[in-house]
Write a protein that binds this ligand. Structure first.
Ligand SMILES: *Cc1c(COP(=O)(O)O)cnc(C)c1O
Length: 456
C-alpha cells in the first residue's frame, strides 16, 4: 500500500478511499436531523500511531467514531454560534485544496491560487466599496485579521514602538482586540473601551470625550475599530459617523465586520453598513454566515500597498515575481498558508449573487420572526438589524439569570435546540444565531414556545 497517490497512473486505492469517505460523510449529513446538534457522549479512536500503519478500513472506521462525536452544524436546532452548515461546493473546495497542497507563501508554490486570491480579494473589496486601489489577503480567522489591521494602523501612524499608543473600540467589541493588545506589546489601557448606547452601538459622543482626554494626557492614537455586528447582539456601530470622526482626526478606521461585513455584498442589505466604504481596513469572515468551510476570513484594505509596506520582508528563498505584486507570505503575519480562497471562491460561485442575498435576507427574517414570538412581557430581547438575538428574563438579578440560563439551555438541548449562554452587562442571556438555512419557521415557533414557558 502506497500512502501517496501515484503520479504515473490512476491510483485506484486513493479513488476508492475518497469514494468511501465521501459516502460516509454524506450519510453523516443524512442522519444529522435525527440526532441532536451535539452528542450526549462520544468515543475517541486510538490517538497514537501504531507500530505499523493501519489499513484504509481501520482509518475509515476511526473517522466514523470521530464523526459521531462531532458537533452537527446542519441540525436545524444548531443555533448557538456563528457556525453554519457548510456549502457543498465549499466542502469539495476544501478537499481539492488538500489534494493540491499548494502554499500561498510564494507564487511559485501556488501559481493559479495566488492569482485567484488576489482577484477574489479585489472583487470583495470593490463590492464593499473600498475603491480602485483596494485589495486584501486571506487570513486564518478574524482574530488574526483584526490583529493584522491594528499592527498596520499602528506602524503606518509611526507608533510601532510606542507601547502607550491608543486605539478605541466599543465595550461590546470582540475579545480578539484584547489578544491584539498582548501580542502588540501595548499597555493594558491602550485599548480604550467606548461605552455603547441602549442599542449596543458605540457612542460617538463618548468617543470624542475619551479622545480629548487621551490627547490631553499626551498619548498618541492609531485606530478606531467600529464593529459591524457585535458578538452577543449583532449591533452595528454608526460606521458613517465614526468614519467622519476618523477623517477629521486623521485616525485609521478599521471595521471589524467578522459578522456583518458580508451583508455588504447584497444591495438589499448593504445599507445596514452605511459608511463601510470609508474604512481603511475591514475584517470579513465568510465562515460565519455564508457556509464557507473554516477557516475563511479576509482582511480587506483600501490601499493594497499598506499590506506590503508593513509586512513585506522580501522572500530571499523564492523566485521574484513579475508585475507589482508581492508573494502571499509578504502580505501578512502568516507564512505558509493553505489556499483558503479556493473554497470561498467556489462557494460564492455556487451561491451566485442571488443565493448570497437569499441567505442573508432569510437569516434576518428568521431573527425577526423569532423575535416577534418571544413574550416581551416576560423577556428582555436584545438584537440589532442582523440575524442574532439574545434573551433574558425581565427584572431578574444576575444570579437568577444565571440559574435560568443553565436550566433553560439544558431543557432546550433535550428538545434538540442548542443556544449559547453569553454574559452581557452582568446578566446571562440565551443567544440564538439564525444563520442556519435548515431552520424552518415551525422550528422557531416550537423554540419560542419552549422559551416562553421557561418562566411562569
Ligand atoms: C468571531 C469574531 C471575531 C474573531 O473571528 P475568528 O475567526 O473566530 O478568529 C472577531 N470579531 C467579531 C465581531 C467576531 O464575531
Amino acid at each position: 500500500m502506497n500512502p501517496f497517490a501515484s503520479p504515473d497512473n490512476l491510483d485506484k486505492e486513493l479513488r476508492s478511499l475518497l469514494c468511501e469517505a465521501s459516502i460516509n460523510l454524506c450519510d453523516w449529513f443524512a442522519e444529522s436531523g435525527n440526532q441532536g446538534p451535539i452528542p450526549d457522549s462520544f468515543e475517541l479512536p486510538n490517538v497514537a500511531p501504531e507500530k505499523e500503519g493501519v489499513t484504509n478500513n481501520i482509518l475509515l472506521r476511526d473517522l466514523q467514531l470521530l464523526m459521531e462525536g462531532a458537533y452537527r452544524p446542519s441540525h436545524p436546532g444548531a443555533l448557538a454560534h456563528l457556525d453554519p452548515p457548510p456549502l457543498s461546493a465549499s466542502i469539495i473546495g476544501d478537499l481539492i485544496c488538500a489534494g493540491l497542497n499548494n502554499n500561498l507563501l510564494a507564487e511559485e508554490l501556488s501559481p493559479s491560487l495566488s492569482s485567484l486570491e488576489r482577484k477574489l480579494s479585489e472583487w470583495f473589496s470593490n463590492k464593499l466599496g473600498l475603491g480602485p486601489l483596494s485589495s486584501g489577503v486571506a487570513v486564518s480567522g478574524g482574530t488574526l485579521s483584526n490583529l493584522m489591521a491594528l499592527v498596520m494602523a499602528r506602524n503606518l501612524a509611526g507608533l510601532g514602538s510606542d507601547p502607550s499608543a491608543v486605539f478605541f473600540a466599543s465595550e461590546d467589541a470582540h475579545v480578539s482586540l484584547l489578544k491584539a493588545v498582548e501580542v502588540m506589546g501595548l499597555k493594558k489601557d491602550s485599548f480604550q473601551k467606548i461605552p455603547t448606547d441602549e442599542k449596543g452601538k458605540l457612542s460617538i459622543y463618548e468617543l470624542s470625550l475619551i479622545l480629548k482626554k487621551i490627547k490631553s494626557e499626551g498619548k498618541k492614537c492609531f485606530a478606531v475599530v467600529a464593529t459591524a455586528g457585535t458578538t452577543v447582539r449583532g449591533a452595528i456601530d454608526p460606521i458613517n459617523e465614526v468614519a467622519k470622526f476618523c477623517n477629521k482626526e486623521n485616525i485609521w478606521l478599521h471595521v471589524d465586520g467578522a459578522i456583518g461585513g458580508v451583508f455588504g455584498l447584497s444591495p438589499n442589505t448593504s445599507e445596514l453598513l452605511e459608511g463601510l466604504s470609508c474604512a481603511n481596513s475591514i475584517t470579513v469572515n465568510p465562515q460565519k454566515i455564508l457556509g464557507i468551510t473554516k477557516t475563511s476570513s479576509l482582511l480587506l484594505v483600501a490601499n493594497k500597498d499598506d499590506l506590503s509596506s508593513v509586512f513585506s520582508t522580501g522572500l530571499p528563498y523564492a523566485e521574484p515575481i513579475s508585475g507589482n505584486h508581492f508573494h502571499g507570505g509578504e502580505l501578512g503575519i502568516q507564512g505558509t498558508r493553505s489556499a483558503e480562497s479556493l473554497k470561498l471562491w467556489i462557494g460564492l460561485r455556487q451561491l451566485g449573487e442571488k443565493g448570497i442575498e437569499k441567505l442573508l435576507l432569510n437569516s434576518i427574517s428568521r431573527r425577526s420572526y423569532l423575535e416577534s414570538l418571544i413574550d416581551n412581557s416576560k423577556f428582555k430581547i436584545i438584537s440589532g438589524s442582523l440575524h442574532l438575538l439574545a434573551i433574558t428574563p425581565l427584572n431578574y438579578s444576575s444570579s437568577e439569570s444565571f440559574e435560568w440560563s443553565i436550566k433553560t439551555r439544558k431543557s432546550l438541548l433535550t428538545n434538540n435546540f442548542m443556544l449559547s449562554r453569553p454574559i452581557y452587562k452582568d446578566r446571562y442571556y440565551l443567544k440564538a444565531v439564525l444563520g442556519n438555512p435548515n431552520t424552518k419557521f415551525e422550528d422557531l415557533k416550537l423554540l419560542a414556545d419552549l422559551i416562553n414557558q421557561s418562566i411562569l
